[in-house]
Design a protein around this ligand. Structure first.
Ligand SMILES: [Zn+2]
Length: 317
């Protein structure tokens, strides 16, 4: 598996770009959006900035925050929000200015508080990621209900889907005036969705919840910015993928097969070409845990994903 141990130049840190999706609304888009390579964003008001998420490594987060600084003539980052607990969206938190007030859902805050991976990534990925000089930094404000924050005259709604979806502590950042949605990892554009730390039915329901907002622009957690007809197309892909995972899980449970055995027999069909296809194994572990009423074993799930691939998962972070 030598190919999986090489970083892809097309996904190098210097390929990330700030994309102005609406005046004063920036998406930080990092190719290629696969494992640990996320999108982030910034909402720029009158002399103040709100940042949506950070990045996995110190280098990637520094590039992001420097780009925002240049684009805003050095306006202070007053507020920041984490869309969920995962390290690709949070490990860079400690590079935010000390004075920045950081918000996140209360379950997100607890998830990052006990996350062991920031202290050293297990060798499920190749090359094993090195986060660089980052420190665990938790939200100052634990969000439990729909909250609107105001930054430099801009209103940003922070909302939770109502239950587990991508994780248990997801938040979206919704700009109702501009109809721009920072979806976090409730949306993976053109890559395999990952819901093993949340809920497959919950993620499926969250797709309808997002669609009901009728966004004009969606900044996904991973993959390119979506506009126009691509929004509905990608949301429909999520519905079909989640229904496939649920159906495979039911079949596997009925046949007495393990998640790994079920994944090995599965036909991913239209989704087979998506990056990070091994997430099927992880997502099936979630279905089994929820349907079987047994505890979810994160390390066993990751070990099975590596077994399904025949080697570590590739990352270019
Ligand atoms: Zn995530």
């Amino acid at each position: 598996m030598s190919a999986s141990a090489r970083r892809d130049p097309a996904a190098a840190p210097d390929t990330a770009r700030l994309v102005e999706v609406r005046p004063g609304t920036q998406a930080w888009v990092q190719p290629d959006g696969s494992w640990w390579i996320n999108n982030a964003g910034a909402v720029v008001g009158d002399g103040a900035v709100l940042v949506v998420d950070t990045c996995a490594t110190a280098e990637r987060t520094s590039r992001f925050l420097s780009a925002v600084d240049r684009a805003t003539d050095g306006a202070p980052v007053r507020l920041a929000v984490n869309t969920h607990q995962h390290g690709d969206h949070t490990y860079g938190n400690s590079l935010l200015p000390t004075a920045t007030v950081l918000l996140g859902h209360e379950a997100m805050r607890e998830g990052l508080r006990v996350d062991p991976v920031i202290d050293g990534c297990p060798p499920f990925w190749a090359p094993v990621p090195d986060w660089g000089p980052v420190q665990r930094r938790l939200p100052d404000v634990a969000v439990t209900a729909a909250t609107t924050v105001h930054v430099g005259g801009r209103a940003v709604q922070l909302r939770h889907p109502g239950g587990p979806a991508h994780t248990t502590g997801d938040l979206i950042a919704w700009l109702p005036d501009e109809r721009v949605l920072f979806a976090g990892d409730l949306v993976f554009a053109g890559l395999t969705p990952l819901v093993f730390m949340g809920s497959v039915p919950g993620a499926l329901a969250a797709v309808d919840w997002l669609a009901a907002l009728d966004p004009e622009v969606v900044v996904p957690g991973h993959g390119p910015v979506l506009t126009g007809g691509d929004v509905d197309r990608v949301l429909d892909e999520h519905r079909r993928y989640y229904r496939l995972v649920l159906a495979l899980g039911e079949q596997g449970l009925a046949a007495g097969r393990t998640p790994l055995e079920t994944a090995r027999d599965a036909d991913l069909g239209e989704f087979g070409a998506w990056a990070d296809a091994e997430r099927l194994v992880l997502n099936l572990h979630r279905v089994y845990a929820d349907r079987g009423g047994r505890a979810f074993d994160l390390m066993a799930a990751l070990g099975d994903a590596v077994a399904w691939l025949g080697g570590p998962m590739a990352t270019s972070v």
